[in-house]
Design a protein around this ligand. Structure first.
Ligand SMILES: [Zn+2]
Ligand SMILES: [Zn+2]
Length: 385
């Protein structure tokens, strides 16, 4: 089968302390400290066969994520930008959907022909974090498309327990191809859902929301906030193209944060009360959360989803005086997230397709990665079959 593979040189930086396990398995916690000269190519790979608890999915649609871009891109010294868990060479792709082509002999709930998407978080179910219910923080985490084979291929093996049936989306839109494209966006949308509704429990219909960053995660947060009854969703992004997409999805107001006082802008739009619910999805907290002070409402909630390695100074005095809470969030597994996102898509309350700017064959994936370097597109979907 055809597959897109990322390879990189194993070259730990001199000050990075490799654990014994990292040295033995090359499953690296901090990719940007170890992998050099990342490069992608499209070639042939053996067709997968299912283990007893796995299904083989014929991939219908797979999105290119910001994380894929950060694995593909390097800084000036040649090291990969992506700071997280990784193992190479590996097939990329973790936002996908497809049709079950084969089932392992212990699989009970899926059958050949089912339309499914899958969690990227490959939780073990046995460690202390999993047993406490925090599967996104699994102690033995593997990540589909990061440490295990991903979906930028014609077929992918996935344990059945990470799969979710998307038949109800197909029933709603009446078109399996469109359902597969929508299904490929359940994973990134789930990242925002998990942050907004599982990590914190302060959501109230009617709130004023600010979303920093109109990439796919920020756009999903915007769409979820609107669907969940926010009165205003104000989106900040520096890119005109991304602001236009945010507008298309229904943002109350889109603003370029450069050169304006974000607190003043927020206070003006919120009748002086400030914002109740903040989503950081820009990965630039020193430019978004650090300056956010008087624009915060009493009892505001801030959720941090964007990845950023650098420490960020926060005006904690405001957090204290206004009773603001801050939650970090990672992942999308557990808590019914996939189920609820699928249901919202199926009900017509949530449609992330306006952010898809191109659909391309897997053969053209290298062009797609190149095109995304300029960060003008929100989402490109690859069609491997
Ligand atoms: Zn992703
Ligand atoms: Zn675990």
């Amino acid at each position: 089968m055809k597959a897109l593979t990322l390879n990189a040189d194993f070259a730990p930086k001199p000050d990075y302390k490799l654990s014994d396990r990292e040295r033995d398995t090359h499953r690296i916690h901090s990719g940007s400290q170890v992998w050099k000269n990342p490069r992608i190519s499209i070639g042939q790979k053996d067709d997968p066969t299912p283990k007893d608890d796995e299904v083989i999915i014929e991939v219908g649609a797979v999105g290119i994520c910001g994380s894929d871009m950060h694995m593909y891109e390097a800084s000036a010294d040649g090291y990969m930008l992506y700071p997280g868990l990784t193992r190479f060479p590996n097939t990329l792709g973790h936002e996908f959907s497809g049709r079950v082509a084969e089932v392992g002999k212990n699989v009970r709930d899926l059958k050949v022909g089912d339309l499914v998407t899958a969690e990227e978080i490959q939780w073990c179910g046995e460690c202390v974090s999993c047993r406490r219910g925090y599967v996104n923080h699994c102690d033995n985490l593997e990540e589909l498309g990061f440490t295990t084979p991903g979906a930028m291929a014609q077929y992918i093996p996935v344990r059945a327990r990470y799969c979710w049936n998307i038949r109800e989306i197909a029933d709603r839109v009446g078109d399996e191809h469109e359902a597969l494209v929508m299904g490929a966006m359940v994973e990134p949308t789930g990242v925002s859902y998990h942050a907004m509704f599982n990590r914190i429990h302060t959501w109230q219909p009617g709130v004023y929301v600010v979303v920093f960053g109109a990439g796919p995660i920020g756009l999903a947060a915007e769409a979820l906030a609107l669907a969940a009854g926010a009165s205003q969703v104000i989106v900040f992004d520096t890119s005109p193209a991304r602001r236009a997409t945010a507008e298309k999805l229904g943002a109350t107001k889109v603003l370029d944060p450069v050169g304006i006082d974000i607190n003043e802008a927020i206070l003006e739009l919120t009748y002086g009360r400030g914002v109740d619910f903040v989503v950081e999805a820009a990965g630039a907290p020193s430019h978004t959360l650090a300056p956010l002070t008087s624009g915060l409402a009493v009892n505001a909630t801030v959720c941090h989803i964007g990845r950023s390695e650098k420490p960020t100074p926060l005006a904690l005095e405001y957090y204290q005086v206004k009773g603001v809470q801050l939650a970090g969030s990672l992942g999308h597994a557990g808590h019914g997230t996939f189920q609820n996102v699928i249901r919202m898509m199926a009900s017509g309350k949530l449609d992330m397709r306006p952010m898809v700017s191109a659909r391309m064959n897997l053969d053209n994936a290298l062009d797609a990665f190149k095109r995304l370097e300029s960060r003008q597109d929100a989402k490109i979907i690859l069609l491997p079959n």
